[in-house]
Structure formats: structure tokens, C-alpha cells
Design a protein around this ligand. Structure first.
Ligand SMILES: Nc1nc2c(c(=O)[nH]1)N[C@H]1C(S)=C(S)[C@@H](COP(=O)(O)O)O[C@H]1N2
Ligand SMILES: [Mo]
Length: 359
């Protein structure tokens, strides 16, 4: 296992781990609405499975009255649905946590937006006829393995996550990404895109969909990708679901050196199942905030671009830029980290430090 980041993958993506491959997007400096596939982050827990698309089948089983198996060719003959959705890894931004966290130390770039084409999960579940007592759907990938560090898996396991039936209508089973067939690293022949939820739910290399009558408590929603929620009787671990509201400055990138004078600060903001309504910007450590200009209308499940003119002061050598997003459910990004979030859901404001070049 090699963890040192090296800036060499296709298109300057940053390799965070090479076995299994984990690659971060070069987010800084980019403001494309759709992330080019060559720049899209890759998050793998196990080695990528070698699947022959012609021999591959998806099995739909469990608490259904008509279980079936289906080929990629048959899925592609069904009416396709196109959906733009942002995926962000729940560990995005982990490198900025103090004290230093365990796990993959992502910078800002474990996030991206793509146009996905596929078949709604609902269509396959209707064909299988869900039984009345079902509550969840388990999505299982064809990749499997065992962890070498704590928390240990009980031997080799498949990557799997569940979603409640109430979320099914936001799930696309995608075979295409950004106008091209899905690439192996993003889960071909077929992956789930669970719009508005952190990336861990969007299971790649789907091989089984299992309808279940019990809450699924698999490794990746209990030992990993779970945060504490405060209920009566104390904090309980709950599997992560929706993306928290978050704004990211992409221009200027962290650590940039700028000439003094006018610049345009830009970035993205996303809010899971909610809509981004507003982004505020501060260059005085949060004493004053100014509203950024929002681009277009908000699109549910996709990030939104924003920008604001700023004058880099010539009388200073260093500045800390902050952005915070609001959503239409009244939530705003916190300035201070909630420790119940463990090393996930990193959406507190993390200032972008820039240097001003002396004139
Ligand atoms: N089968 C499988 N699906 C998976 C994963 C995985 O390791 N195996 N990683 C998940 C996580 S944590 C994220 S953030 C997204 C990343 O999708 P991407 O690699 O296409 O960016 O895939 C999810 N789906
Ligand atoms: Mo993730």
C-alpha cells in the first residue's frame, strides 16, 4: 500500500493510494459544471473486479415474488433516463482534520458531477414485485476483499450498502457517464447512482439487488461510513446518507500566489437532497460576509456554481478566504466541526489560504 500523494495519473489527478486505486480530482482551478471523466475521482475499497459485460448478469432477489436475472443488453433496450448528479465521498476534506485522521487523506477533490444514463431502480423492483413486508434494498458489488487494518472485515466480503424503499425513486442504475459507456473504474457494466447521498451508497459493479425485510447492518454502514447521532440514551451510530450543505472555493486554489488587485473568486456548492440557495464569502475570518452571485437555477442533486469579485489587498501578504453555503431547508455550513461526525461529512468551513505577491 502506497499512500504518498503523487500528482501523476491521467490529467493531473492525485493518486492517494495505488492498491486499491484511489484518485482525487484536481478540483482547484477548475470550474466545469460537469467533471470530465478523466478528472473524476475514484474511490475503491477493494481491487477493481474484471467483469465480462457479455457474461455479466444482475440478479434481483430477496423479498420479491418474481426474482430474475438481467443482462446488460436487456437493460440497454429499456427506456433510458438521464440524470445529472454530484457524487462526493464522505471522507472528502479529511486531510484538513486536526488531529490527523486515519483513512484516505483526501484534499478537496473527492467530489465530481457527471451526467449518468441508465434504468431507474424502481423499474426493476416493479418487475420483481416487492413483497409487502420489505423495507430496504441491498446493493451489492462484484468487488470483494478484506481489510488489512482495523476495523477488520470477517474475512473477504463484497462491497455492499442498503437504501430504504423511500429513497428508491432517486436511484439510477447507470451504464453510461458523460456520454460514454461507464468506465471500469467507475463501476461498469452497471453502477447505482444514489442522488443526493454521499458516494458510498452509489455501489459500483452491481451484481445483486436484494430486497430485505430487516435493516441491513453491513460493514460499510456500521463500522465504516457511520456517524454519531444524539438520541435519548446517548449517541448512536447511524449509517451516513444525505450530503451536508457545502461550498468549495476552486479559484483561487489553496496555496495560490496572487498579484494584489481585483480577482474573481469562484467555486461550487451542493446540498444533497436540498437546493443551494445562497453562498456567502468572507476574507476577514468570518467577521463580515458578502453574498456571491449564484449561477442559473439550482438543480436538485447537482452542485451549483457561484462567483464573487474580490480585491486582493496589496497591503497584506496572506489572506484566508471562506465560503459557506445555505440550502432551502434553512441549513447553513458550520464554522466549527461537529465531532460526532467522526472522520466523515466534512463540511465545516475550511479557509483557503492564499499569498499576495508584493508589487
Ligand atoms: N462496489 C463498490 N462500489 C463503491 C465503492 C467500492 O469500493 N466498491 N466505493 C464507494 C464510495 S465510498 C464512493 S465515494 C463512490 C465513488 O465512486 P467513483 O469511484 O465512481 O468516483 O463509489 C462507491 N461505490
Ligand atoms: Mo466514499
Amino acid at each position: 500500500m502506497r499512500l504518498e500523494p503523487s500528482r501523476e495519473h491521467r490529467s493531473g489527478r492525485i493518486i492517494r493510494e495505488s492498491d486499491p486505486l484511489n484518485v482525487e480530482s484536481p478540483l482547484g482551478g477548475s470550474d466545469a459544471f460537469l467533471t470530465p471523466t478523466a478528472d473524476f475521482y475514484i474511490r475503491n475499497h477493494f481491487g477493481e473486479p474484471q467483469l465480462d459485460p457479455a457474461a455479466w448478469r444482475l440478479a434481483v432477489s430477496g423479498s420479491v415474488s418474481a426474482p430474475f436475472r438481467i443482462s446488460l443488453a436487456e437493460l440497454r433496450r429499456m427506456p433510458g433516463v438521464t440524470k445529472v448528479a454530484t457524487l462526493e465521498c464522505a471522507g472528502n476534506g479529511r486531510v484538513f482534520l486536526v488531529p490527523r485522521a486515519k483513512g484516505l487523506l483526501w484534499g478537496d477533490g473527492a467530489v465530481g458531477t457527471a451526467e449518468w444514463v441508465g434504468v431507474p431502480l424502481r423499474v426493476l423492483l416493479d418487475r420483481a414485485q416487492i413483497e409487502a413486508n420489505a423495507i430496504e434494498v441491498i446493493l451489492e458489488g462484484a468487488d470483494s476483499g478484506q481489510t488489512r487494518e482495523e476495523p477488520l472485515t470477517p474475512g473477504p466480503i463484497a462491497y455492499a450498502r442498503s437504501i430504504p424503499l423511500a429513497k428508491v425513486d432517486d436511484v439510477l442504475l447507470a451504464y453510461a457517464m458523460n456520454g460514454a459507456p461507464l468506465e471500469a473504474s467507475h463501476g461498469s457494466p452497471l453502477r447505482a447512482v444514489v442522488a443526493g447521498w454521499y458516494g458510498m451508497a452509489s455501489v459500483k459493479w452491481l451484481q445483486r439487488i436484494i430486497v430485505t425485510t430487516k435493516p441491513f447492518a453491513g460493514y460499510f454502514q456500521t463500522l465504516e461510513y457511520a456517524t454519531f447521532e444524539r438520541h435519548e440514551g446517548g449517541p448512536t451510530l447511524v449509517g451516513l446518507t444525505v450530503n451536508a450543505v457545502k461550498a468549495q472555493i476552486t479559484e483561487p486554489p489553496r496555496g495560490a500566489t496572487l498579484p494584489g488587485g481585483p480577482v474573481v473568486v469562484r467555486g461550487m456548492a451542493w446540498a444533497g437532497e436540498a437546493l443551494v440557495t445562497r453562498v456567502e464569502f468572507s476574507s476577514d475570518d468570518g467577521q463580515t460576509w458578502a453574498d456571491a452571485a449564484m449561477e442559473g437555477e439550482p438543480i436538485r442533486h447537482a452542485w451549483r456554481r457561484w462567483s464573487i469579485p474580490w480585491r486582493a489587498p496589496i497591503e497584506t501578504r496572506e489572506c484566508r478566504l471562506m465560503a459557506r453555503a445555505h440550502d432551502d431547508q434553512g441549513r447553513v455550513q458550520p464554522l466549527i466541526r461537529n465531532l460526532d461526525d467522526r472522520t466523515y461529512r466534512i463540511n465545516h468551513v475550511i479557509p483557503v489560504e492564499v499569498k499576495i505577491r508584493p508589487t
